[in-house]
Design a protein around this ligand. Structure first.
Ligand SMILES: C[S@@+](CC[C@H](N)C(=O)[O-])C[C@H]1O[C@@H](n2cnc3c(N)ncnc32)[C@H](O)[C@@H]1O
Length: 222
């Protein structure tokens, strides 16, 4: 007997890069994809989608696309979206570097969220970290002028790397970091990894930066 796994069809909530290339002519036309002209925000490495569900429900006038390389995790997120029929949220299964270079039109995104990116603890694996200069350049291309980049982590050293890359980049201005607030119920956290870290009392490092408009000067760079 065949041992092939059967997968529930989670479209349109979960699509792979190949699906988008096939069904949307090679790249995202957000208006056609979401069926409206609302702003689009990306959640890079969305995991099982707590942020996507909470933000998608709280902001029905914003569209969200999670990008997740691990199809198992991405499909878990999409199952939550399908259960709630959240029409303003989708998950793209695939590598963010491919998604940003091949599918997302320049200047078409109003915010990028990067929560708890994999820290790759071993020194010899550090080059696998996604938050680097190339990633920032791709975000600059994807973002509209004035667009926001949010990144949180519980890894102090990685946050040091992220914030120094961002603060040295004249294309961005550093905004005040969001303050921590008390959770009001067991799932009242920004993401699953934030939930896990806060439950064991780890500090969270939060950063927020804004892509400056043409001709505008980022604070602290002159
Ligand atoms: C530590 S988890 C954090 C998940 C979620 N953001 C959270 O805060 O709960 C990092 C996630 O990034 C995903 N990831 C790692 N590299 C990626 C890449 N190149 N493209 C897309 N997703 C990636 C991993 O599969 C994983 O789900």
């Amino acid at each position: 007997m065949s041992q092939r796994a059967t997968f529930t069809d989670l479209r349109p909530f979960f699509l792979t890069i190949a699906d988008v290339e096939h069904e949307h002519g090679g790249g995202f036309d957000w208006t056609a994809f979401f069926g409206n002209d609302n702003p689009v925000e990306l959640d890079i490495g969305c995991g099982r989608g707590l942020f996507l569900v909470t933000a998608g429900e709280a902001n029905p006038d914003v569209n969200y696309l999670g990008i997740e390389i691990d199809y198992g995790e991405g499909r878990r997120a999409a199952t939550r979206l399908q259960r709630r029929q959240l029409s303003n949220v989708r998950v793209l299964g695939g590598d963010v570097f491919r998604g940003l270079t091949e599918l997302i039109q320049p200047g078409s995104v109003s915010a990028v969220h990067v929560y708890f990116p994999d820290p790759w603890w071993k020194r010899r694996h550090r080059q696998r970290r996604i938050f680097n200069r190339r990633f920032i350049d791709l975000c600059v291309t994807a973002l509209q002028p004035g667009g926001l980049l949010h990144s949180w982590t519980d890894v102090e050293e990685y946050f040091g790397v992220i914030s120094s890359l961002m603060e040295q980049d004249p294309r961005f201005e550093t905004l005040p970091a969001p303050v921590e607030r008390q959770a009001t119920h067991d799932m009242d956290y920004h993401t699953s990894f934030e939930r896990k870290a806060r439950k064991v009392g780890k500090p969270i490092y939060r950063g927020r930066w804004r892509l400056v408009e043409n001709g505008e000067q980022a604070h602290g760079t002159n």
